[in-house]
Design a protein around this ligand. Structure first.
Ligand SMILES: [Zn+2]
Length: 359
């Protein structure tokens, strides 16, 4: 097998379904925006600040990991700041060879300076459009869809679900629930999920990251999630065997129904959902042909990018272009944009590029 270089991975088209807007800011941008609003940071040197985020997130606890967001969210409270962060996000993803991205954020966390929920969404969507246009000028094609997240410990999920549906023709393609899992089961938000189903809208749920099978089961069988945000603990329902592993009923259901798993290798290691990249369940789940996708989660906190996640998997599991194409097509098949638009990206962008790489 021909060795795969990092530069080639960057050039190869990639699709990303799970990336948080408030987890992907450029450190230099945080420093500038914090100075404008008088927010105090641990350090104002961009390089050191970037390292601070990774170290804080490396602690191994999801709760501490979420603490780092106090700083990013603090500088994302005005329309110009949200626009800039979204614009740079689209540019950074495009420069990394991402051709399709769904980026999520929680509008309710950006209301500290008098913006309305609708104004928050409009600023972010406008930023993505600007970033997409600037990326195209620089020779990188990308399409960015927005997912609106409701916080699982809060009580605004119905309101955010309605907000998402209101902006469905303006760039919002799906809905999500995020935040610490323990004590906040997704069934607390059943009204929102039932509303979204009646609206024929798409949603994913953060489940099975810090918490195990019950949270995955609830997300799918009670809430009707289209995809699982992480879902990595589905391995708890798989028993290793001498010949081949045995799937429990939930794992079998997830695989049979082709329910996409939004796995985020580096992030899963940081939060303790996996011991290391080499021991990450992605290897087993891929062998068993679950609908596995590779994602970044929080590029700033994990010091990562889509290309880096792919490179880590190449190194740990010996994957080649065939596997990278499989992950990419899995993600594109699982996207929340219309089927015909997904097909165009698969047939006209992804397949031709990997055909060349595969030789
Ligand atoms: Zn996430």
């Amino acid at each position: 097998m021909v060795a795969i270089s990092y530069e080639d991975i960057v050039k190869a088209p990639k699709a990303l379904l799970h990336d948080h807007l408030d987890g992907g800011l450029r450190p230099a941008t945080i420093v500038e925006l914090a100075a404008e609003v008088g927010h105090e940071l641990p350090t104002t040197e961009p390089g050191a600040l970037g390292r601070w985020f990774v170290e804080a997130a490396d602690s191994g606890s999801l709760e501490r990991y979420l603490e780092t967001f106090a700083h990013t969210v603090a500088v994302m409270q005005t329309a110009p700041a949200l626009r800039r962060v979204a614009r740079e996000c689209a540019q950074d993803l495009a420069a990394d060879g991402v051709v399709y991205a769904e980026v999520r954020f929680a509008p309710e966390q950006h209301l500290e300076r008098d913006l309305t929920l609708d104004e928050v969404v409009e600023a972010v969507v406008a930023g993505f459009a600007e970033g997409t246009a600037l990326a195209a000028d620089a020779g990188h094609q990308i399409r960015v869809g927005t997912l609106l997240t409701a916080m699982r410990h809060a009580a605004r999920s119905q309101e955010i679900a309605e907000l998402a549906v209101r902006h469905r023709d303006g760039g919002v393609v799906g809905f999500d629930i995020a935040g610490a899992e323990a004590g906040f089961p997704p069934t607390r938000h059943l009204d929102a999920f039932e509303y979204l189903q009646r609206e024929n809208f798409h949603f994913t749920i953060h489940a099975g990251e810090a918490f195990g099978l019950p949270s995955i089961w609830q997300a799918i069988q009670w809430c009707g999630a289209d995809r699982l945000g992480h879902g990595v603990r589905i391995v708890d329902d798989i028993t290793p065997g001498d010949d081949r592993p045995t799937l429990g009923r939930l794992a079998a259901y997830v695989r049979d129904k082709r329910i996409p798993l939004e796995l985020c290798p580096s992030s899963n290691v940081q939060t303790g959902a996996a011991a290391s990249i080499a021991e990450h369940p992605i290897g087993l789940l891929r062998d068993l042909r679950f609908r596995v996708t590779v994602n970044t989660d929080n590029r700033l906190m994990s010091g990562t990018s889509m290309s880096r996640e792919m490179a880590l998997l190449v190194e740990a599991f010996g994957y080649g272009w065939k596997e990278l194409q499989w992950f990419t097509i899995n993600a594109m098949k699982s996207a929340f944009i219309p089927f015909d638009e997904r097909l165009v990206i698969i047939d006209e962008v992804i397949k031709p590029a990997y055909a060349k790489l595969l030789g």
